[in-house]
Design a protein. Structure first.
Length: 163
């Protein structure tokens, strides 16, 4: 099962890196948008919170102990949160920078559409990594959960009397 441990470590490192990138890019936008209403920045604040939680949990669960695999439900929840963040960011762009997965107009200037498309792309990659991590955890838990033992005991049906 060393392969599952190695896959888990690689996924946690990728989750940590992707969340850090999204937090940095999104935090840069939030810093530049000081003075705007929090209602206007809600989706960006949500993305920043999801990135912060992802960084925290990825660091805590990075260590390869068997107990790190039982957190697969939380991995699934964080994956759903990332997919929601991805959808909110794509909806916010609503075609201003062209098609979301069209990378022709992306350059290294660090501002504008390239930065936003990178944020959207890393949010999507983070969602995929958390989902795969949840599936690996579910696989590990299913492999290490003992099957119920049938000792020949039969439960009495609810409609049969004791007499």
């Amino acid at each position: 099962m060393i392969l599952v441990d190695i896959i888990s470590i690689i996924l946690r490192l990728a989750e940590l890196a992707f969340a850090t990138i999204v937090a940095a890019l999104n935090g840069r936008f939030l810093h530049a948008a000081r003075g705007n209403s929090p209602w206007d920045l809600g989706r960006h604040i949500y993305t920043e919170v999801v990135a912060g939680l992802s960084i925290l949990f990825a660091i805590v669960w990075l260590f390869p102990f068997s107990s790190s695999f039982i957190h697969w439900p939380m991995d699934l929840v964080i994956s759903v949160m990332w997919f929601v963040s991805f959808g909110l960011l794509v909806n916010w762009l609503h075609g201003v920078c062209g098609y979301v997965f069209d990378w022709d107009n992306v350059g290294f200037d660090g501002v504008g559409c390239g930065e936003w498309k990178a944020t959207v792309a890393f949010a999507f990659l983070s969602a995929i990594c958390w989902l795969v991590s949840a599936l690996v955890g579910l696989y590990w838990v299913r492999r290490h959960t003992p099957a119920p033992v049938d000792a020949g005991y039969r439960r009495r049906r609810w409609y049969r009397s004791r007499v």
